[in-house]
Design a protein around this ligand. Structure first.
Ligand code: EPU
Length: 440
């Protein structure tokens, strides 16, 4: 039965939440364990749906996964990995985007892989052409089948000279996870350099990989013939931290995020401060609050790291609905990441979407008819509404809006939020929100 969340808005969120390992690193670190000849240990693992899906997929391939959920420690033993039945793998079709990253490791282990149809948030087309192209360059043979992709490496995988058309996070991870055990040297240009990529590189280096990152977005990987296991503590989830920070701002609250790390939030914190948020840092986390003065509008553009991340955009748009004046947000990473603003508009926000690039830099989407720029006129009084959650970050933004709004909101589709936000309902309750859950 689906859950229905009823929110009485208008109360400032106050208190403490605990953020653990990054959703955009942990499942990939789990996949990396497949490359080892020995077991690995991953710490700071959150209890989120993506971790569950990857655990199941790894288990299906013979990896023994043991987990202390509360302590956040996971051990992964890949010593008896085998090719799984297509029908078993198929059970995970449409659940997540992570399965595409199994290609390299499974080809190294078993000579072949079957990848089910992918899922993930509907925030654009999200093709996998870069992934397939780099895999072909390593020598893989890709066979698209009705319910997935069969990929094999009849002649083994060899290092390659590669250049991505765009610094894709997933495609860079694909290259790393394939190149480390490929024969010879791989050179990747135009790579993504997000903190989660650096954390994955740290893991692979511990396992025995030789990887050099240059200042010009290029990465060189010298293939080795064997990798061991790793012991690693995942970096904290900077997107969850930014989401709670935005929640504090929008609800005029004050939230201490235990586990948040300033280092990977630089671009976010600059914008946070300019809008009118305050923050404080200590050894265990960060405190975020509304500084008291009216929020200020601004012009904002999402970008790859070290720019303002696309995953921070949606919660920040909710804050901008409360700023005094006109703000502009130009989304340059995903062509269709403003769908969530429809619900905000129903709640009373003044938001108009445009096809033109309204930022200072024209992006890939400007000529292609995508509503990827938003003009937000504030401040608007938000009113409660009935909301069906469309995607992970958009969904969390809807929660924040409903928590700040006047009156009652009902929210369905909250299961999507558990894909990336650990225990979010108890966290919101702990912050003093007035919510109730029912089944329907
Ligand atoms: N792209 C292609 N072809 C490809 C791969 C990507 O055209 O083969 C395009 C995408 O359509 C997009 C752009 O390249 O327009 C960037 O996509 P990227 O590959 O970097 O994204 P991803 O690896 O699929 C990860 C995160 C996203 C995060 C992005 C950008 C995971 C599981 N997901 O996605 O996180 O927004 O990087 O940093 O790591 C989220 O957490 O809500 C989320 C969507």
């Amino acid at each position: 039965m689906a859950k229905l969340l009823t929110i009485q808005g208008g109360k400032p969120l106050q208190g403490e939440v605990h953020v653990r390992g990054a959703k955009n690193l942990v499942p990939k670190a789990m996949v990396a364990s497949l490359l080892g000849s020995e077991p690995s240990e991953l710490r700071n693992v959150p209890e989120i749906k993506d971790v569950e899906i990857v655990t199941n997929l790894l288990t299906t391939h013979g990896v023994k996964v043991e987990r202390d959920i509360q302590g956040g420690t996971m051990t992964l033993d890949p010593r008896e990995t085998y090719s799984a039945e297509h029908s078993e793998i198929d059970a995970y079709a449409g659940d997540s985007r992570i399965p595409i990253l199994f290609c390299g490791p499974l080809m190294h282990k078993n000579g072949e892989a079957f990848i089910p149809d992918l899922g993930g948030c509907r925030i654009g087309d999200r093709p996998i052409d870069y992934h397939l192209e780099v895999l072909r360059n390593f020598g893989a043979v890709v066979d698209k089948q009705p319910n997935g992709i069969h990929i094999s490496a009849p002649k083994g995988l060899r290092g390659a000279k590669l250049e991505l058309p765009y610094p894709s996070v997933g495609a860079t991870e694909q290259v790393l996870l394939t190149a480390v055990l490929a024969e010879g040297i791989t050179e990747l240009k135009n790579a993504a350099v997000e903190p989660e990529i650096h954390d994955l590189i740290a893991i692979l280096q511990q396992m025995g990989a030789i990887i050099t990152v240059y200042t010009d977005r290029s990465i060189r990987i010298e293939g080795v013939s064997r990798l061991s296991g790793y012991k690693h503590r995942a970096i904290p989830d900077r997107n969850e931290s930014a989401s709670w920070a935005s929640a504090a701002l929008v609800t005029k609250g004050d939230i201490y995020v235990r586990g948040a790390a300033q280092r990977d939030l630089t671009a976010f914190l600059n914008i946070y401060r300019k809008i009118g948020g305050e923050f404080e840092v200590d050894d265990d986390g960060m405190r975020f609050w509304h500084a008291g003065a009216p929020l200020k509008p601004l012009v904002l553009e999402t970008d790859v790291h070290p720019g303002f991340m696309t995953d921070w955009q949606q919660p920040m748009v909710v804050a901008l609905t409360q700023a005094e004046g006109v703000s502009i947000v130009h989304e340059t990473v995903y062509e269709n990441r403003f769908g969530f603003t429809q619900a905000l508009a129903r709640m009373g926000a003044g938001i108009q979407l445009h096809r033109e690039c309204l930022g200072s830099n024209p992006c890939r989407f400007g000529q292609r008819n995508f509503l990827h720029s938003a003009v937000i006129s504030g401040p608007s009084e938000l009113k409660g509404a009935d909301i069906d959650i469309p995607d992970l970050r958009g969904g969390f933004s809807h929660l924040i809006a409903a928590l700040a709004a006047k009156g009652t909101s009902t929210v369905t589709g909250i299961e999507i939020i558990s894909r990336g936000y650990e225990d979010f309902i108890n966290k919101i309750v702990g912050l003093g929100a007035d919510i109730s859950i029912s089944e329907r």
